[in-house]
Design a binder for this molecule. Structure first.
Ligand code: AMP
Ligand code: MG
Length: 403
């Protein structure tokens, strides 16, 4: 059986083989959050465009301000002021943070280190040339690469685009991800469940996970555990680039997803992974669609989505797959797990000062979605460890939406 990282690598390799040049769309910069940039963005001018003061103080010639020196202040410059007049030797100019240094001045003295008596300013300590300003063009020259194509746009990337004057951005369209739950017991969330029925929460969590991952969810409802209903609804799902199914992939008599897909021509790259929860997860391809069959227990569905579906969405979005952001933390209480599978236990990461500590949460197994309300991460117990004493360093995987 594959380890989760072997399985993930297969997803990455197959998604790359499968990805084709994507259509693009033009978006206002304020609507482009989470999209992947399809063009290169270059700087329109030098950054900063002038020697920019980083302090409130006095622009000087450093050589003229040894400790105790006193100079006449001949004016002031605030952020946004045009500065043309050359700096006269033997004077200083009051300057605000963000303002341009007068040509010829080579340092800013912080106001905290000066005393002022009318227009006479006394400097309490010596200044070095280059102090307290950012030189023109030190961040970027005109025409430098500001944002490469293939970058997923977060708030900082959008700010850079705005800074260099791009009010619209060419982005890749988001990959459409069909979502199909399966199970005779599963009913729509608007219906009243009979005593042995359950509401379709997986379609809701998967829709949310697809959105957060940067995909465009296409919910298809639920299929009964019958060949005809499953084939008909899978057929609709095969119109999209990715199809995510929940349920019906275990060993039960009514777990038909894999056999129905096989009958429709699917090829599988894996059909089990050495993890708990989530062992029966399957990944394959049918015609032009990548297919993930995730186990139906809600926590299994969520964990396997985070491990395996997110990298496929990244790649089909035109981006590099984001790595799994494992962190190290100190185990708060001893743990006993069966060896053989890598466990992803719902857990809570807390910090005392800056030291992360992790507690595994009490839960009733992978059907216990309520336990996840308190979980901000999954505690990763490697397959070869069963008794882990409190105080050991362990690995945790932050929940993709809360940390
Ligand atoms: P399965 O993987 O089909 O064996 O499903 C395992 C269990 O997951 C079922 O017994 C249900 O309790 C639960 N389950 C399956 N599908 C869903 C769903 N769409 N929403 C919520 N829970 C589900
Ligand atoms: Mg089922």
């Amino acid at each position: 059986m594959l380890t989760f990282s072997e399985a993930r690598n297969l997803v990455i390799a197959q998604s790359r083989r499968h990805s084709t040049p994507r259509p693009t769309l033009s978006l206002p910069v304020s609507d482009a959050l989470g999209f992947v940039l399809a063009e290169e963005i270059r700087t329109d001018r030098e950054y900063p465009p002038f020697h920019r003061s980083t302090r409130d103080g006095y622009a000087v010639h450093a050589a003229e301000t040894p400790a105790g020196a006193s100079l006449r202040c001949v004016g002031e410059i605030k952020a946004g002021d045009s500065v043309h007049e050359p700096f006269a030797s033997g004077t200083c100019v009051q300057i605000m943070t963000g303002a341009a240094l007068p040509p010829g001045s080579d340092a800013v003295v912080m106001i905290e280190f000066t005393r002022r008596d009318r227009d006479q300013v006394t400097f309490e300590r010596a200044t070095q040339p280059g102090q307290n300003f950012v030189p023109r063009a030190s961040e970027a020259s005109a025409g430098d690469l500001a944002l490469p194509a293939g970058l997923r746009l977060g708030f900082a990337e959008l700010a850079v685009a705005a800074q260099v004057g791009h009010s619209t951005l060419q982005c890749h369209t988001k990959p459409r991800v069909a979502i199909l739950s399966t199970g005779d017991e599963v009913i729509s969330i608007t219906e009243t469940p009979g005593p042995f029925q359950i509401r379709n929460s997986n379609s809701v969590s998967l829709t949310a996970q697809v959105k957060l991952a940067g995909g465009d969810p296409v919910p298809l409802g639920n299929a009964l555990d019958r060949v005809d209903d499953l084939s008909a609804k899978i057929e609709v799902g095969l119109r999209e680039e990715i199809l995510v199914l929940s349920g019906g992939v275990s060993m039960g008599k009514y777990d038909l997803v894999e056999s129905v897909l096989k009958g429709m021509g699917a090829k599988f790259f894996f059909d089990a992974v050495a993890i708990r929860p989530g062992k029966p997860a399957v990944f394959g391809r049918c015609r032009n669609t990548l297919i993930f069959g995730l186990p139906g227990n809600p926590v299994s569905t969520m964990v396997t989505f985070q491990l395996f579906v997110i990298p496929a969405i990244d790649i089909l979005s035109g981006a590099d797959p984001r790595p799994l952001p494992f962190l190290e933390a100190t185990l708060a209480e001893p743990l006993h797990e069966k060896p053989g599978l890598t466990h992803f236990l719902p857990a809570r990461l807390t910090w005392t000062d800056s030291h992360p500590q992790v507690h595994a949460l009490r839960w009733q197994g992978s059907g216990d979605v309520s336990a996840l309300i308190h979980a901000n991460c999954f505690l990763v117990v490697p397959a070869d460890r069963h008794d882990i004493p409190a105080g050991d360093r362990v690995s945790v995987l932050p929940r993709s939406d809360v940390l």
